[in-house]
Each structure stands twice: as structure tokens, then as C-alpha cells.
Design a protein around this ligand. Structure first.
Ligand SMILES: NC(=O)c1ccc[n+]([C@@H]2O[C@H](COP(=O)([O-])OP(=O)(O)OC[C@H]3O[C@@H](n4cnc5c(N)ncnc54)[C@H](OP(=O)(O)O)[C@@H]3O)[C@@H](O)[C@H]2O)c1
Length: 256
């Protein structure tokens, strides 16, 4: 892997080699702002022509290095916020405790693995899955006040903690971010999907985007990485870092 930005780090001897997980964790450390309030970053992969999925999965767009960064971002987070459709389609499993990050997490006052928080209105989820029955830390289910009572009961019976973050059926994105932060989960990571990410963008609560640009073209009608109604004025982001490996560009953008 090579660092292309900040350019001050690019010397003639800049090594093109596999980075250690420690180096990646340093490169993706949460900013100082996360010490006092929520910091929401998203991690998404996109093809060159803007697809956020292929055949309903993101895996065909990804690479080994992309998955190392995906794992590193998880390891740095207090909470991983994910939409229910991504859980259903991608077969989400609980986050693992990883030896490589254990000391770093302990020093940061974090438990062994991030909490997974599933955003859902229907709670139409398979609560017999390990994500709900055997995570290291109980999985959170974020929903609205009018969520179906029987499904809420099923989630709780499986061991999940159900949090209300909206007055109607659904979750209000800014309320979800604030609620998680109130629980001390300030280093927030969302892994999408596009419908959820679009709502975070529209609500103006997305602070950072770690976008892996995959050197692939897919054509077709796949979702982009953020969907839903467009914002009135495009939000501006500034590049914070740029890494390259095997034609993949691992970008990191901060909202200005
Ligand atoms: N490119 C990438 O990096 C990436 C990342 C993640 C996923 N993906 C791909 O994206 C696809 C899935 O994404 P998606 O956009 O269709 O779905 P999604 O955002 O993962 O999930 C949508 C679901 O989340 C729940 N939800 C969303 N907003 C909500 C709100 N405000 N309140 C309550 N619940 C809410 C609803 O669940 P209920 O229906 O249960 O109410 C909704 O049906 C898959 O193909 C996946 O492979 C790509």
C-alpha cells in the first residue's frame, strides 16, 4: 500500500508494501472531536461507475486490502450502525474481538469489540442468528416508538437491546447519533447500506466518508452508496487521506 495524500508523506522511498494493522489503525484513528461528541464515519465501497453493490452484495467490488481496512475501521469504532437490509442480505455476524487491536481498544477505554446497532422499522429480522443470540456485547436494535410490539418482544427475548430513536415507525437519524453518543458510543461507524447512509447525509450528521474506490465497472442499475431524497445543496467534503493498493483508492473525506 502507498500513501498518496497527504503529499508531505510521499517521499521517493515511500514503501509500497502491505501495511501492518497497527499502521492502518494509526492512519484511520478517530479525530480529537470524537473525545467530546459523536463522530459518524461511513465506510463504503463503490465501483468506478458508482455502483454500491453487484448482484445484491458489496463483496464483488471489494478486495483483501479493502477488507483489512473494513476490519480496522470496525476495530476503532465504539459502535457499527447498519441498516436492516444490509443485515439481511449480507448475513451480518457479530463483531469479533481481535487480538491485533486488543491493547489499542483497552487503552482507548473500549470493550473488546464494537457494538452492532441495527436500524429497522419492521424488526423483520431473524433473531435466532448469532448477531442477536451470541454477540460479545448485546446487539442494539434502533427503531421507532411505533415499532411492532411483538417484534420488539422477539428482539428482547433473543438478547438484543431495543432503543427507541424516533416518534413514528422509523428512526430519526440525528436522534440515533445523539442517543448512541449519550451511551458513550461516540466513535460511530456506519456500514450503510445506501438507504440508511442517504438519511445520515440528508440529516447533516455524516462527518466523514471512508470510500474505497474499486477499479471496476459494473454498468446496470445498482444502487449508489447513498440513496433517498437528494439534499438541497451538495455537501462539501475535503480529502483527509488517500491510500492506494492494486488500483484501489482508499479515500477518506471529512465534511467541511
Ligand atoms: N457499497 C457498500 O459499501 C455497501 C455497504 C452496505 C450495503 N451495501 C449493499 O446495499 C444493499 C442494501 O442496502 P439498502 O440501501 O437496500 O438497505 P439498508 O440501508 O441496509 O437497509 C434499509 C433498511 O433499514 C431500515 N431503515 C433504514 N432507514 C430507517 C429508518 N430511518 N428508520 C427505521 N428503519 C430504517 C429499514 O429496515 P426494515 O425494512 O427492517 O424496516 C430499511 O428497509 C445490499 O445490496 C448491500 O450489499 C453496499
Amino acid at each position: 500500500m502507498r500513501r498518496l495524500f497527504p503529499v508531505t508523506d510521499m517521499t521517493a522511498t515511500a514503501p509500497d508494501r502491505e501495511w501492518s494493522l497497527d499502521e492502518l489503525a494509526d492512519a484511520y484513528a478517530y479525530p480529537a472531536e470524537a473525545a467530546s461528541g459523536p463522530w459518524l464515519r461511513a465506510n463504503m465501497v463503490s465501483s468506478l461507475d458508482g455502483a454500491g453493490q453487484h448482484d445484491g452484495r458489496s463483496q464483488p467490488l471489494s478486495s483483501d486490502t479493502d477488507m483489512r481496512i473494513f476490519g480496522t475501521l470496525r476495530a476503532l469504532a465504539d459502535v457499527v450502525v447498519v441498516g436492516a437490509e444490509t443485515v439481511r442480505l449480507e448475513g451480518y455476524r457479530p463483531a469479533r474481538a481481535r487480538e491485533a487491536f486488543a491493547a489499542r481498544r483497552a487503552a482507548a477505554g473500549q470493550g473488546p469489540a464494537p457494538v452492532i446497532a441495527v436500524v429497522t422499522a419492521s424488526l423483520d429480522l431473524d433473531f435466532s442468528l448469532p448477531l442477536f443470540t451470541s454477540p460479545l456485547v448485546p446487539t442494539l436494535v434502533l427503531t421507532g416508538a411505533e415499532a411492532p410490539a411483538d417484534r420488539v418482544a422477539a428482539a428482547r427475548a433473543a438478547g438484543a437491546e431495543v432503543l427507541v430513536a424516533g416518534e413514528g415507525r422509523g428512526v430519526e437519524p440525528e436522534r440515533a447519533v445523539a442517543l448512541l453518543a449519550e451511551r458513550g458510543l461516540r466513535r460511530q461507524l456506519t456500514e450503510g447500506g445506501p438507504r440508511l447512509l442517504g438519511q445520515f447525509v440528508a440529516a447533516g450528521v455524516l462527518d466523514e466518508l471512508c470510500l474505497s474506490l474499486s477499479p471496476t465497472m459494473t454498468a446496470g442499475g445498482a444502487q449508489r452508496i447513498a440513496g433517498g431524497p437528494s439534499v438541497a445543496v451538495p455537501q462539501r467534503f475535503a480529502v483527509a487521506s488517500l491510500l492506494e493498493q492494486d488500483g484501489f483508492l482508499f479515500t477518506r473525506y471529512r465534511r467541511i
